[in-house]
Ligand binder design. Structure first.
Ligand code: DC
Length: 229
C-alpha cells in the first residue's frame, strides 16, 4: 500500500504551514514545504546573477542544485547546496521573484520528482499550490485552505511585527493580491480548488479549530500507526 499523503494547497497566508506542521507532528508524518524549494532555487538564481528571462540557464541551474529539507524536533531548515538558507529564502526579494521560477515547467518537473520521492519512505503532510493536482493526484486527503485577503494581510502584518518589522497593511494587502493573481492565473500548474479537495475557509477560525477539522476528515481506519521519522 502507498504511504499516506495529506495534500494541503491554498494561497499565501491561509495558514498552510502552521497547520501542516502541527498535523504532521501529531500524526508522526514528515512535513514537506514545497514553497521552500521554489524559494531556494530563486535565491540561488539571485546569488548567481542569472537573469530570470533566461529560462535555459535557470533550468540548467535547477538540474545541478541540491535541496534538502531538514527537521530537528520542532525546527525546520532548508539546505541549498550544503548551505543553510532557512531565513534567507524568506526575504521580500525572494518572495517577489519566486513566480519566475515557479512558472517554468521543466523546473517544476525537477521539483515534482524530488517531492514525490519523499513518499517512498514516509507518510507525509505536503503543502504548496499544486500538491493535489500535480504532485500527488492520488493523495488520500486533499485540503484547500483559504482565507479572505484582508485577514491574510493582517496575519502577515502581525508576523512581521513579531519579527520587529513595521509593515504597511494596505501595501501588504496589495502585494498578497498580486501574488494570488500570479499563482492562480499562470498557465502552468495554477493554484486551483479541485473537486475532490475539502475546502476550508480559515478567516474566522483559530489554528486549533483548523487542525481539528482536518484531523476529523482523516479516514481513521486507513491511517498508518505513528512512526518515528
Ligand atoms: O508557499 P510559499 O509562499 O513559500 O511559496 C513561494 C512561491 O512558490 C509562491 O510564489 C508560489 C510558489 N509555489 C508554487 O508555485 N508551487 C508550490 N507547490 C509551492 C509554491
Amino acid at each position: 500500500m502507498k504511504n499516506f499523503v495529506i495534500a494541503i494547497d491554498g494561497p499565501a497566508g491561509a495558514g498552510k504551514s502552521t497547520v501542516a506542521k502541527i498535523i504532521a507532528s501529531k500524526l508522526g508524518f514528515l512535513y514537506v514545504d514545497t514553497g521552500a524549494m521554489y524559494r531556494a532555487l530563486t535565491l540561488k538564481a539571485i546569488k548567481e546573477h542569472l537573469p530570470f528571462a533566461n529560462e535555459q540557464k535557470l533550468i540548467e541551474m535547477a538540474r545541478e542544485t541540491e535541496i534538502e529539507l531538514c527537521q530537528k524536533d520542532d525546527k525546520y531548515g532548508v539546505i541549498l547546496d550544503k548551505k543553510i538558507v532557512t531565513d534567507e529564502i524568506r526575504t521580500e526579494e525572494v518572495s517577489k521573484a519566486t513566480h519566475f521560477i515557479a512558472s517554468i515547467l521543466p523546473i517544476r518537473e525537477i521539483l515534482w520528482k524530488m517531492q514525490r520521492g519523499y513518499r517512498k519512505k514516509h507518510n507525509i503532510v505536503m503543502e504548496g499550490r499544486d500538491i493535489g493536482s500535480k504532485v500527488f493526484p492520488d493523495a488520500q486527503l486533499k485540503v484547500f485552505l483559504d482565507a479572505g485577503v484582508k485577514e491574510r494581510a493582517k496575519r502577515r502584518y502581525l508576523q512581521l511585527k513579531e519579527m520587529g518589522v513595521e509593515g504597511n497593511i494596505k501595501e501588504i494587502e496589495k502585494e498578497i493580491e498580486l501574488r494570488d493573481r500570479k499563482d492562480r492565473q499562470r498557465s502552468i500548474s495554477p493554484l486551483i480548488k479541485l473537486p475532490d479537495a475539502i475546502y476550508i475557509d480559515t478567516t474566522d477560525l483559530t489554528i486549533p479549530q483548523v487542525v481539528d477539522k482536518i484531523l476529523s476528515l482523516l479516514p481513521v481506519e486507513n491511517l498508518p500507526a505513528k512512526t518515528e521519522k
